[in-house]
Design a protein around this ligand. Structure first.
Ligand SMILES: Cc1ncc(COP(=O)(O)O)c(C=O)c1O
Length: 368
């Protein structure tokens, strides 16, 4: 008899049980206003200049590394480039965590890939919820450091938008000295550049900083991110990274984005987004359906609605795609909204305004 063999039975147990990260693109939607992936709303204009696609690229393209090192004020030995910050999150686990023995620690609600990457590699996760003010709970972290090799802290945090208090960051880094790596995810730091802690790298050999070109540099489709750390940590990561992590066209465009002109354009974009963010905050606060607009240092804002499900679904059907955060701990009725162009922000406000009046009318008919 021919029994059907289940190929899943060959897969590692943790992979069989793994729920993949539901990125904005995987969630789909039929939108014309995309405010769910913290991207820049307008495509940048770069031309390819490198045509040597018959050749393998450099593992760590010299120009890209040199220019990023200049941009952040570090030496090239302290910089690694990879396929987005997401790859860097994973590379750190591959270098530092022994599956089945070591653990990673992070503080929900936060970026989802710390959990997914740990799960994929069979590494235990210690989830230490943030305290009421969305700051890390230092005592709980200290009490849970057993077996922890890697701590991820996202600052400014996704999806809450707040910065982590530098004093708390320092305490976590001090606590981990000689026992764990602390990775500070600065994916959104260009929106509040004065708060970077890159200059702390000189004091802490176990500190790692994650960066990306996906946000303020408006290059999410390029897939290019950076790891900043001591030369020793970079050397370790280079042992496990793919031989050619960056395609030639990616390196070509990344190098252009990191010229003086590229950086200047990035800063103009940040100013525009911060301006649109103030507009959106101001207008959202006036709306009936909005309970709270949380302060943000980034290119998105977290908003608490009176009925987030209704707002999310109605706007989704109208092609305005937001990010639902209701399943994250402590984020009942919260949606995350990426700051789009001014026109997109206005359309969003109009749509919620219309919804507000409709809800008001229904209420009045029900309770005349
Ligand atoms: C906090 C945080 N870290 C890392 C990433 C991933 O960045 P990249 O596009 O460079 O992989 C994101 C993307 O949304 C993010 O929000």
């Amino acid at each position: 008899m021919n029994t059907v063999f289940d190929i899943n039975s060959l897969a590692r147990e943790n992979v069989r049980n793994l729920v993949p990260y539901m990125s904005a693109r995987r969630l789909g939607g039929n939108g014309n206003i995309w405010l769910n992936a913290n991207e820049y709303p307008i495509a940048t204009d770069y031309q390819l200049t490198e045509n040597t696609l018959n050749r393998y690229p450099e593992c760590q393209p010299t120009t890209v590394i040199q220019r990023y090192a200049n941009y952040v004020g570090l030496t090239p030995e302290q910089v690694l480039v990879s396929r987005g910050a997401d790859e860097s999150i994973e590379l750190l686990i591959r270098v530092f965590c022994e599956p089945g023995r070591d653990a990673v620690l992070f503080c929900p609600p936060t970026y989802g890939m710390y959990s997914v990457s740990a799960e994929a590699f069979g590494v235990e996760q210690k989830k230490i919820p943030v305290s009421a003010n969305w700051q890390p709970d230092i005592t709980a972290i200290e009490n849970n450091l057993d077996r922890v090799k890697l701590i991820y802290i996202c600052s400014p945090n996704n999806p809450t938008g707040n910065l982590i208090d530098p004093a708390a960051l320092r305490q976590i880094i001090e606590l981990s000295r000689n026992r764990a790596i602390v990775a500070i995810d600065e994916a959104y730091i260009e929106f509040c550049p004065q708060h970077t802690i890159t200059h702390w790298l000189q004091d802490y050999p176990h500190l790692v900083i994650l960066r990306t070109l996906s946000k303020a540099f408006a290059l999410a489709g390029l897939r290019c991110g950076f790891t900043l750390a001591s030369a020793d940590i970079i050397t370790l990561i280079l042992k496990v990274i793919a031989p050619y992590p960056l395609a030639t066209p990616v390196a070509d465009i990344a190098a252009q984005a990191l010229t003086e002109t590229g950086i200047c354009l990035m800063r103009n974009r940040v100013a525009e987004i911060v301006n649109n963010r103030s507009y959106l905050e101001r207008e959202l606060t006036k709306l009936e359906l909005v309970e709270n607009v949380f302060p943000s240092e980034t290119n998105y804002i977290l908003v608490k609605f009176t009925d987030a499900e209704m707002v999310f679904k109605t706007l989704w059907d109208q092609g305005i795609i937001l990010r639902d955060q209701r399943k994250q701990p402590g984020l009942d009725n919260c949606l995350r909204i990426t700051i789009g162009s001014r026109n997109e922000c206005e359309q969003l406000i109009n749509a919620i305004n219309v919804l507000s009046s409709q809800t008001q009318q229904i209420k009045e008919t029900e309770n005349p």
